[in-house]
Design a protein around this ligand. Structure first.
Ligand code: TXA
Ligand code: MG
Length: 330
């Protein structure tokens, strides 16, 4: 049950959305910057606030599976199976769009991204919008920056540019949804995220293709190499090279913060310029903390962040993907 104050805020937020406003709302993955998906002017405001190029498509958030056919003109069996298993939850399905979906939502593509978020505040707002109500929402950060996992992150970055920020506490998953495209018979993983690939393959009982993010034909902003980036230059280094690299940076007089998952208890007392952060050795727990940790370390203004490379296994894929993007520098 939501508290009465939150219920009142949801009523206010629904009115703002109906009037073409833009709000920030919690989901289980990250906070979203949301507007009425069927109001083109409102959707355009999202792009302005984010500073995001207009050809990057947005995810449409819906209240439940029954809304799918309003937004997608074709729902393949694979999509139905995945929706049934994982919604509400951190899975976005890319499907052929129906005619009423506006170009500003899809970035002019013939497909639309859809998901049912698993957060009581987001679901209550969607229900308050009534049948057919849907929210187009990217993550509530400026283009290319770290996604917010608390209302304070949104306030720090977007402040007055949104009409209301609904505070639903820290996001439980902490990383964006897994994106899977289901077009005809082909099923492709476009972005690793809250639901690991093996869980998707288990439901479909088949192997799923993984898109090569470096050669993506479509404009998936999360697939641009430098994305989800802290302002502090960040390096991703294996355990074997970790302390050698840390020492090199320290010898240059740089203040370094580490993110370590495997051996945070090792003693390295001789490193005066290095501040160590022990990250969980479990990928789900690590994912939950990653963005909050990056926000915090970014604010502390180190000269360099040094993240230890996680295992190259499916359960770490989403964390590793975000660390790689955070550490890429052109
Ligand atoms: O967990 C999430 O997915 C969060 C919460 C707020 O729902 N949203 C999110 O949105 O991460 P955003 O815009 O930051 O990332 C959505 C990704 C983008 O990379 C976008 O290009 C891709 O989804 N996307 C959306 N529609 C698409 C489409 N039709 N085809 C391919 N990619 C699409
Ligand atoms: Mg984003």
């Amino acid at each position: 049950m939501l508290k009465p104050e939150m219920q009142a805020q949801i009523v206010a937020a629904a009115a703002i959305i109906r009037n073409g406003g833009v709000i920030a709302l919690p989901t289980e993955t990250v906070y979203g910057l949301a507007a009425d998906a069927s109001n083109q002017v409102a959707v355009n405001r999202i792009f302005e606030i984010k500073g995001r190029p207009a050809d990057h498509p947005l995810i449409v958030h819906i209240a439940d599976e029954s809304q799918l056919t309003h937004w997608a003109r074709e729902v393949p069996k694979s999509a139905k199976q995945l929706a049934r298993q994982f919604w509400p939850g951190p899975l976005t399905l890319i499907l052929p769009r129906s005619p009423q979906v506006s170009d500003s939502v899809t970035g002019g593509q013939d497909t639309v991204g859809l998901r049912v978020p698993d957060h009581p505040v987001a679901l209550a707002l969607l229900r308050a919008l009534g049948p057919g109500g849907a929210l187009a929402a990217p993550s509530a950060n400026r283009y290319g920056r770290i996604s917010p996992t608390t209302a304070a992150h949104v306030r720090d970055e977007l402040g007055d540019s949104v009409d209301i920020i609904l505070d639903g506490g820290p996001c439980q998953v902490g990383l964006e949804s897994t994106i899977v495209s289901c077009l005809g018979d082909s099923v492709t993983l476009l972005r690793p995220g809250g639901i690991p690939l093996p869980a998707i393959e288990a439901v479909l009982q088949r192997k799923v293709d993984v898109a090569d993010s470096t050669s993506a034909k479509i404009r998936v902003s999360g697939s641009l190499l430098s994305h989800y980036a802290p302002l502090t230059p960040t390096e991703l280094v294996s355990r074997e090279r970790f302390w050698q690299r840390a020492s090199e940076l320290e010898a240059q007089g740089l203040r370094v913060a580490t993110l370590e998952w495997s051996a945070p208890d090792e003693v390295h007392s001789e490193h005066a310029l290095i501040v160590r952060t022990a990250m969980p050795a479990n990928p789900v727990a690590y994912g939950h903390l990653l963005y909050a940790t990056l926000h915090q370390l970014d604010n502390a203004k180190f000269d360099r962040l040094l993240a230890e490379d996680p295992p190259h296994t499916a359960d770490w894929a989403a964390v590793r993907d975000r660390l790689q993007r955070a550490s890429y520098r052109a």
